[in-house]
Write a protein of this length. Structure first.
Length: 96
């Protein structure tokens, strides 16, 4: 699953690449220490089959005082879970 949004280098926030990840294709790009820590935890969770950073961008309709407008949102990660630890069949996918 290609990244919907590229993460660049940050001057004010912690950004980087999780180079030792085995459950994501390529490099796991992160934008904060919280994301980095989540990605590390996903690597050690036996129920996680794979995870994908910045998987897609969606348009979310919002109501405002002047009318409707659309806002774009990109989830941080998509996580594929199996029913049992170490399983390979996808039971569910979560967007976080």
């Amino acid at each position: 699953m290609p990244e919907a949004r590229k993460i660049g280098y940050g001057r004010r926030a912690l950004t980087g690449l999780l180079t030792g990840a085995r459950k994501t294709p390529g490099l796991g790009a992160f934008e904060s220490a919280l994301e980095r820590d989540l990605f590390i935890l996903l690597e050690f969770d036996p129920r996680v089959i794979a995870w994908y950073p910045q998987p897609l961008t969606v348009s979310v309709p919002l109501e405002s005082g002047t009318g409707r407008r659309a806002s774009r949102y990109t989830p941080d990660v998509a996580i594929e879970y199996s029913a049992e630890p170490g399983g390979r069949e996808v039971q569910r996918v979560e967007l976080c």
